[in-house]
Design a binder for this molecule. Structure first.
Ligand code: UDP
Length: 344
């Protein structure tokens, strides 16, 4: 399987044309923000794609443009239960990912990361399939090393409110590496940093979705804490290119590899950029900082540059200009639905 995969995959560093083609691919969490972009990209590269989602946070509207494609199949399934499918490749992306969503049912979040990843690794082992585990910058917790390199082992509070996600994802990485060492499973582990773009859930409570929807409505921007905490925001198209580059890379590079945009902003700068881009009259309203909220986050992406010849190309200003119209359209649709409801 690995040999066949290498033959059919072309990784041309000169022009960055990276392809995965003619495969049968399972994307768990395929109706989510990242999963849906991934499904589209894989279909565009001529693959058969099985989108598996329990629709806990995944949304049908993220995939409604794909369902007419004969190569696209949707299965409603929860990965905490085993499933048997004939596939060549797995992208394991299923897990609630925004803090309010993953904290809503924290035990389920841990189960999804641990049992879900276990089930997907068992499937990869059985089918001799390459598997990508979508890990996260959250494995670094509130980092004491800055920027974060893959070698940094993190500063996670194992009993805090973020632990269900952070420790769940750490356990999923550990499981992936043990399947690799014990059973030779062909794994790829990526650590995804803050990503934004169309298909984000406007109600998932994340900073980019909240700030853009608030700015568009000229409502107060909900700044948690003093706004001096930092994040580094990657536009979704850049991230998807990094994911494909990693999944196409040689089997001896298993990761973990950081994927994210290394340009760091504090949240006051983010708010300013969003207010400017949307021409908003919103003011900033300061609210309490949630517990265990990381103070700084910035990926060191030298490993991705070296091994995958990948780095983001879309800056924050451009990315926000590409994202705001998506939220604007959703808000317009919701307003129209409310107006109809009010007349009934
Ligand atoms: N945040 C904020 N206002 C919001 C939502 C989030 O100030 O309306 C802050 C949050 O406290 C954190 C940062 O924005 O410091 C990023 O939060 P997000 O939930 O997007 O992702 P995280 O990186 O924390 O997982």
């Amino acid at each position: 399987m690995i040999t066949a995969y290498s033959k059919e995959t072309t990784l041309k560093k000169e022009n960055k044309k990276i392809m995965i083609t003619n495969k049968k691919i399972l994307v768990t969490g395929g109706a989510g923000f990242l999963g849906s972009h991934l499904c589209k990209k894989l279909l565009d590269m001529n693959n058969e794609v099985i989108c598996l989602d329990n629709f806990y946070t995944g949304r049908a509207e993220n995939i409604n443009k794909l369902v007419n494609n004969d190569n696209f199949h949707v299965i409603k399934h929860d990965i905490t239960h085993p499933i048997d499918l004939d596939i060549d490749m797995i992208f394991n992306f299923a897990c609630p990912a925004s803090p309010p969503h993953y904290q809503k049912d924290p035990i389920f979040t841990t189960k999804t990361s641990f049992l879900g990843t276990l089930n997907m690794l068992e499937l990869a082992k059985k089918k001799n399939a390459r598997i990508m585990q979508a890990s996260t910058s959250e494995v670094y917790g509130d980092p004491k090393e800055h920027p974060q390199k893959e070698s940094y082992q993190g500063n996670v509070n194992p009993t805090g409110i973020r632990a269900c996600y952070d420790e769940g994802k750490r356990a999923a990485e550990s499981l992936s590496f043990d399947f690799h060492r014990k059973h030779g499973v062909d794994i790829k582990v990526i650590r995804i940093f803050n990503t934004y773009g169309p298909h984000m859930d406007p109600k998932d409570g994340r900073v980019v979705s909240n700030f853009i929807t608030q700015a568009l409505a000229n409502e107060p921007i909900t700044m948690y804490g003093d706004g001096k905490q930092t994040r580094s925001f990657c536009y979704v198209d850049d991230l998807i290119n990094g994911i494909i580059a990693m999944m196409s890379s040689s089997s001896d590079f298993v990761g973990p590899v950081n994927l994210g945009n290394p340009t760091e902003f504090n949240l006051l700068e983010l708010a300013q950029q969003i207010i400017e881009s949307t021409g908003s009259s919103s003011e900033i309203s300061f609210l309490p900082l949630p517990k265990d909220d990381p103070t700084r986050r910035q990926p060191d992406i030298s490993l991705a540059k070296e091994k995958l010849n990948w780095e983001p190309t879309i800056d924050l200003k451009t990315g926000i200009a590409l994202t705001a119209p998506y939220f604007k359209a959703l808000m317009k649709k919701e307003k129209a639905a409310q107006a109809i409801q009010a007349q009934m």
